[in-house]
Write a protein that binds this ligand. Structure first.
Ligand SMILES: Nc1nc2c(c(=O)[nH]1)N[C@H]1C(S)=C(S)[C@@H](COP(=O)(O)OP(=O)(O)OC[C@H]3O[C@@H](n4cnc5c(=O)[nH]c(N)nc54)[C@H](O)[C@@H]3O)O[C@H]1N2
Ligand SMILES: Nc1nc2c(c(=O)[nH]1)N[C@H]1C(S)=C(S)[C@@H](COP(=O)(O)OP(=O)(O)OC[C@H]3O[C@@H](n4cnc5c(=O)[nH]c(N)nc54)[C@H](O)[C@@H]3O)O[C@H]1N2
Ligand SMILES: [Mo]
Length: 758
């Protein structure tokens, strides 16, 4: 076979692929990428890994006894069947459930990153399909910044005014004097953007932004080489932020003209800072007791912040915690007091260090998009309330000022996500997944979610189909050529839904008469036409496909906060006052004790469950759970288990040595991991990133409990929201203890398929 390198893209960036003599995939970086993602190395090992789902598979007792709640999910063998059998069974259950209980009884939220590609995006395909058969109970917001998605509209009017128009790293280098980085500027996150980025420049920029950085994090790994490390106690940033604000106020370093013209409610917050309502002035001395940053350092930093152009950045991780609204709102308060919101390189940033697109300078262009149609079902959940939904039908919950009710779900449909990766308290999630009558999952690999399903339908990967791909603020649109034949009997999500739509009388509504290639041409050409209306030109589809990629045209658009700054009367924010709401009467009116009407320090209420603070952050070696069996991920493991990093003092106190297998535990669960010792982790803090494939085994130390043999931190995290306001994911933190493992070591069984019968 002659080597033919074809272009493709992924969430970790554009690259090229070919096949070798054995039919295995080989990958190479994109020629124009100055710093390809380390995650690219996971592709070769994953593409044809033995854990690929080969044929439609059905859980034995669901096949034998029919649908129904079952605690056997995740414990039983599967039976491989032919496609028609599987599709007939799934179509019949969709039809029965919608007929008996209405479409509300189908949960199709299906959160997850799926893969890159504007057409074959599994979650969008599922939503479009379910909409053509009457709709589904949906989910709102994301796990990434779901707390901010609810808060920001109350404070600055929209999410996109902050997240969609972030200044580029060049603008920062040219204008900023000081970045105050809550959460640091972790470079490990910056090769990833949904849809991919062609030229990776963010990690190098974050590692050396060319300006002074005050980096606040419990982890040395988050700190740029030239940055000053403020080693903070996790979950206490708000105390430090309020003390910085108090210093600006007390030393008259705040911009009263800006606060008057562009903000509302500063007087309320100023009173709170002084201690009017509670008798507690939020001084640096007060904060130092909580956040363990010396008062003198806080004062000195506040003065430096007022001395030049300052960017206050808060990583998304800080809002993925209990009371996660507060560090975001307090960050905006600080930026407002400095009076630089809307100035180049100044003001408030949210997500530098979280995602590559923040700081990228590619065009702000609408990309070709598949319409998902309209969902007639009104029921939804905030995305991270999945277990509550399944466990508590009919129960009421609070969300953003509304009292809503969980519908009764009978069928769960997931395509392109891994809730047994992304959700908290996985033991509870297992109980929740025992409740519905039917769970259908489309997967490329035998993930923990596939193993907890009744019907698993094998999906192709991006390498096995054609698509168009680009990320937000990307410089290029990639023609994703096919490089591999579909694995075994796997099919594209689109063709699976076409076959189901056919059985349910909705074929034409779903396909509009097009095959996959027809859709690519259609999406591209309608996008090209809309660009032409704006006077922008890109080549026709055939030419684009031949070229393999095109450069995206520049568009000039002024960021909304710049316009607002120029004239707040003619370009007001979409808040009730049209101004930045440092106090929100709306939020205050909801009366939520866990999210008052202005940024505040709130004592943690979530149960502690252990002396060590666990940080479950994003993994440096893969994208969430994707590519866990690939080379970069596997090389980082300790004897096949996920590495947990501890401070040498905490390790010594527990008799733990480098490379030892340890057991992390709390009231909710336990997992094994491999110890790594580092004094770049704050004492009292341990780090176990997310994404090791969940491997539940009976826990020999606790009757009836499970231990994850592999190292998934979500057996330890609490399934509790950030607050009643947003109901956002708070999985970044947990409290645990760690001990050396003793007794026989359970085998890791995530790297082979589950038992498959016929
Ligand atoms: N404790 C803790 N938990 C967290 C977080 C945390 O900070 N701490 N972070 C959270 C965050 S920010 C996120 S975004 C979530 C991520 O959670 P997810 O997005 O659910 O994680 P992924 O591993 O990306 O899951 C995507 C799945 O889609 C599958 N897939 C890929 N391509 C295709 C396809 O073409 N078709 C089909 N059918 N399937 C496909 C992959 O095999 C994979 O299993 O995790 C969250 N969970
Ligand atoms: N390699 C890789 N990159 C990724 C991803 C991936 O899976 N792999 N996922 C992508 C996705 S979906 C998302 S949403 C983003 C997530 O972006 P983030 O949520 O910002 O990323 P995290 O790595 O979870 O957390 C960033 C840092 O915050 C610090 N931190 C945690 N708690 C605290 C605290 O209480 N105070 C302070 N000051 N710092 C704290 C941690 O040390 C951590 O390293 O990352 C994206 N980038
Ligand atoms: Mo995310």
């Amino acid at each position: 076979m002659t080597e033919r390198w074809v272009p493709t893209t992924s969430h970790w960036g554009a690259y090229q692929a070919t096949t070798d003599a054995d039919g295995d995939v080989r990958v190479a970086p994109h020629p124009e990428d100055p710093a390809p993602s380390p995650l690219l190395r996971n592709v070769e090992g994953s593409a044809r890994h033995p854990t690929r789902v080969a044929r439609p598979a059905i859980r034995r007792s669901w096949l034998d006894n029919g649908p129904g709640p079952s605690a056997n999910r995740g414990h039983e063998e599967f039976v491989e069947v032919d496609w028609d059998t599987a599709l007939d069974l799934v179509a019949a259950q969709l039809d029965r459930v919608r007929g008996e209980s209405g479409n509300e009884a189908i949960f199709g939220g299906s959160y997850g990153w799926s893969s890159a590609g504007r057409f074959h995006h599994a979650q969008s395909q599922l939503h479009r399909f379910l909409n053509t058969i009457g709709g589904y109970t949906a989910s709102r917001n994301n796990y990434s910044f779901g707390t901010s998605q609810v808060l920001l509209p109350h404070v600055v009017g929209t999410v996109s005014s902050v997240l969609g128009y972030a200044d580029s790293w060049e603008t920062i280098r040219d204008n900023t004097d000081l970045i105050v980085a809550f959460g640091g500027l972790p470079t490990k996150n910056l090769s990833v953007t949904p849809g991919g980025v062609t030229r990776h420049t963010g990690a190098a920029a974050a590692a050396d932004p060319g300006v002074e950085v005050a980096a606040i994090s419990p982890l040395g790994a988050d700190i740029p080489a030239s940055g000053r490390w403020y080693s903070i106690a996790p979950g206490t940033d708000v105390a430090m932020q309020l003390a910085l604000a108090h210093t600006l106020l007390a030393e008259d370093l705040h911009d009263t003209a800006f606060l008057q013209r562009y903000c509302t409610g500063f007087e309320v917050v100023a009173g709170y800072l002084r201690g009017d309502p509670d008798g507690v002035a939020k001084t640096p001395e007060w904060a130092a007791e909580i956040c363990e940053i010396p008062a003198a350092d806080i004062r000195e930093l506040a003065r430096r912040m007022a001395g030049g152009r300052t960017l206050v950045n808060v990583t998304w991780s800080l809002q993925r915690t209990e009371h996660g609204e507060q560090p975001v709102w307090a960050g905006i308060l600080l930026a407002a007091m400095l009076g630089q919101i809307g100035l180049p390189g100044g003001g408030f940033g949210h997500g530098y260090g979280s995602m590559a697109e923040m700081g990228d300078s590619g065009p702000l262009l609408r990309l070709p998009t598949l319409s998902q149609g309209a969902n007639p079902v009104r029921a939804f959940i905030p995305v991270a309330r999945i277990a509550d939904l399944l466990l508590s039908p009919g129960e009421e919950f609070q969300y953003n000022g509304q009292t809503r009710t969980y519908p009764d779900i009978r069928l769960v449909y997931w395509a392109g996500g891994n809730p047994f990766h992304h959700h908290q308290d996985l033991t509870r999630l297992r109980r929740a997944f025992a409740r519905p009558e039917t769970v259908v999952v489309h997967e490329t690999h035998w993930t923990a979610t596939a193993r907890h399903a009744d019907v698993v339908l094998p999906a192709t990967t991006t390498l096995e189909r054609e698509d168009l791909g680009a990320g937000r603020r990307d410089t290029h649109l990639t023609a994703m050529h096919r490089v591999l034949d579909p694995y075994a009997e796997s099919r594209d999500d689109y063709s699976i839904f076409t076959a189901l739509a056919d059985r349910l009388g909705a074929r034409h509504a779903f396909t509009e008469g097009r095959g996959a290639r027809g859709w690519l041409e259609h999406l591209y050409e309608s996008w090209r036409a809309s660009l032409l209306d704006q006077g922008l030109e890109v080549p026709r589809f055939e030419r684009f496909w031949e070229l393999g990629r095109i450069e995206l045209p520049e568009v000039a658009e002024q960021p909304p906060l710049r316009r607002f700054r120029q004239d707040p009367d003619s370009s007001p924010l979409h808040t009730p006052s049209g101004r930045i709401e440092l106090f929100s009467a709306t939020v205050d009116g909801f009366g939520y004790p866990d999210c008052p009407g202005h940024p505040a320090w709130l004592e943690p209420q979530h149960p502690r469950g252990g002396p060590l603070h666990l940080i479950a952050n994003q993994p440096p070696t893969r994208l969430h759970s994707q590519g866990d069996v690939g080379a970069a991920s596997m090389e980082s493991k300790v004897d096949g288990r996920e590495p947990v990093t501890l401070h040498p003092e905490d390790a010594a106190a527990r008799g733990i040595t480098e490379g030892a297998v340890v057991r992390l535990f709390n009231d909710r669960g336990a997992c094994l991991a491999g110890a790594r010792l580092s004094d770049r982790v704050r004492p009292g803090v341990v780090v176990l990133p997310t994404g090791a494939w969940f491997d539940p085994k009976p826990d020999p130390k606790r009757d009836g409990a499970t231990v994850c043999a592999h190292g998934n931190p979500n057996v330890l995290t609490a399934d509790l929201p950030s607050s009643r306001l947003s109901q956002g994911c708070a999985g970044q933190h947990a409290h645990v203890d760690v001990e050396p493992h003793d007794g026989p070591l359970p085998e890791i069984t995530t790297r082979t398929p589950p038992p498959l019968g016929t």
